[in-house]
Design a protein around this ligand. Structure first.
Ligand code: BGC
Length: 490
């Protein structure tokens, strides 16, 4: 058995002994490239803790550590009806959420719209028009001819944004492959409110929210042990609750030092300086060819958007550096297309239940037009396993760093995102890495447990809007842009 701990994620390492020597050599090289041992994980976490601290200072650092103006957890008594708009990486979702009288309960109605691929690199106007179209469709269906003035909107905008107020957010930079001109450096709230107004939809954005903050708040609504909200999806990130007194960059505001404030870490940007991450040449290529080279170093090694691309680059490199050793002269042209393979391709390989990997063989043939031999299939499976394992182990470093920084010995971590919910063995591999980093005794149960979160971008957004209005009513106006505006929602 490899490593320690109660449950080991499965591995095909044992089925490799009969492979030809040259394939074994290639596998060995992949193992050297993608394996992150315990010592390295610990080294990464040590640096990560320092970088989280640095992000809270006036000078700042790589990790933005954005102040969200979410000032505390819900108590379960929140009530009311709210709209939530969720602009994630792949879909756009419009929800209506009613927080009901029963403590911690809610009703939700929602519609999902696919974000057209072209929007990612289109114009700002196209983006806002598209969002307004979806919202309008939803409103016309559910609220025709109703007064919308008292229906607050929580806008989940899951990109790094500097917030001077809760209903304000200047996009620092696009992530997750987005590259829309004219939005970076701008407050994203006014253009959306303006376009809605122009369409006769006078909806007020009560709060701009990150998916991680939404996840933290939604999860803590039903489980008070939740201390961290994480996303492991197209992008990666986490949020946690800090004390105002530990955030030097807002010291000038003279707020009560023990007041809680949620911090959206934006830790996908961890180690942009490249001090400690074990970058491979494939990670370097991904970064070089991305719309924002030098940014999101940690995200580019761990997030769903990049896993399939790392795999494609590794295979392509093998084909180029050792011509003829794999795929026996077959046409491999399809492998030349960047981002052809997504994380679900890798997930399918790792999930293939058959000893002879026949599903992997079918997938390779249908998507790439390649028929690998049996030993090649073994190599392919091992490569997928190595890339998926590296992502899971590195992902745990962010969680371990927040726990270490906050002296949290045990807690629940609410997690969401396609990699967390769909990628095989991600949870077990991540849990194993946490065990190694945090030195739990071999038979001790997990003290920090990463578990499926409540819907952060929907319910979390509604709760944050509710919390905001509740504190405005109570006279806590920290991070409120325009009190009169907010009061119209009460
Ligand atoms: C964004 C974060 C977001 C994360 C998960 C990252 O690319 O910068 O704001 O929380 O993806 O969606």
């Amino acid at each position: 058995m490899v490593g320690i701990g109660p449950k080991q994620p499965p591995s095909r390492k044992g089925s490799m002994h009969e492979l030809p020597q040259d394939l074994l050599q290639h596998i060995k090289r992949f193992e050297e490239t993608f394996t992150v041992d315990t010592a390295k994980l610990k080294e990464i976490v040590k640096h990560f803790v320092k970088e989280l601290e640095k992000g809270l200072t006036v000078e700042g650092g790589n990790i933005p550590m954005n102040v969200t103006w979410v000032l505390g957890f819900p108590d379960g008594e929140e009530q009311g009806t709210f709209l939530a708009l969720d602009m994630g990486g792949t879909n756009l979702r419009v929800c209506e959420i009613t927080l009901t009288e029963k403590k911690g309960a809610f009703d939700i109605t929602q519609s999902k719209y696919k974000m057209p691929e072209e929007l990612r690199t289109g114009t700002a106007e196209e983006l806002w028009e598209y969002i307004a179209d979806c919202l309008q469709q939803f409103i016309e269906f559910h609220h025709e001819n109703e007064d919308l003035a008292k229906l607050p909107l929580g806008f989940t905008f899951s990109y790094p944004a500097t917030q001077d107020y809760i209903d304000h957010g200047v996009l620092q930079r696009w992530t997750k492959g987005f590259d829309i001109d004219g939005v970076e450096g701008q407050d994203v709230v006014p253009p959306l409110e303006a376009i809605l107004k122009k369409r006769g939809l006078p909806i007020k954005i009560a709060a701009l929210i990150n998916d991680t903050t939404g996840t933290l708040i939604a999860s803590s609504y039903t489980d008070p042990e939740m201390k961290i909200g994480c996303i492991f999806g197209t992008g990666v990130n986490a949020a946690y609750m800090e004390n105002v007194g530990s955030v030097p960059k807002i010291a000038h505001m003279n707020l009560p030092p023990d007041m809680p404030v949620a911090i959206n870490c934006e830790y996908g940007a961890f180690d942009n300086e490249r001090v400690v991450l074990p970058l491979s040449k494939f990670d370097e290529i991904i970064d070089r060819d991305s719309p924002r080279p030098g940014q999101q170093a940690f995200e580019k090694m761990t997030a769903g958007l990049y896993l399939g691309e790392i795999f494609r680059l590794a295979l392509k490199d093998l084909l180029e550096s050792h011509p003829g050793t794999i795929f026996n002269g077959q046409n491999t042209e399809k492998l030349n297309k960047p981002y052809l393979l997504d994380a679900s391709f890798l997930a399918a390989i790792e999930e293939d239940p058959y000893e002879n990997l026949s599903e992997t063989a079918d997938t390779f043939h249908s998507q790439l037009g390649i028929r690998p031999t049996q030993p090649e299939l073994e190599m392919i499976r091992r490569l997928a396993e190595l890339i998926g394992t590296r992502a899971a182990r590195l992902s745990s470093c962010g969680v371990a760093a927040i726990c270490t920084k906050k002296n949290i010995e045990s807690c629940h971590v609410g997690a969401d995102g396609s990699v967390f919910t769909k990628y095989p063995h991600f949870k077990a591999r991540g849990a194993q890495a946490l065990r190694e980093i945090l030195d739990w005794a071999p038979n001790e149960k997990d003290k920090v447990s990463i578990m499926a979160a409540e819907d952060g971008s929907g319910v979390g957004a509604a709760l944050i809007a509710a919390l905001t209005l509740k504190r405005v009513k109570a006279g806590n106006l920290a991070g409120i842009r325009n009190m009169d505006d907010m009061k119209t929602l009460l």
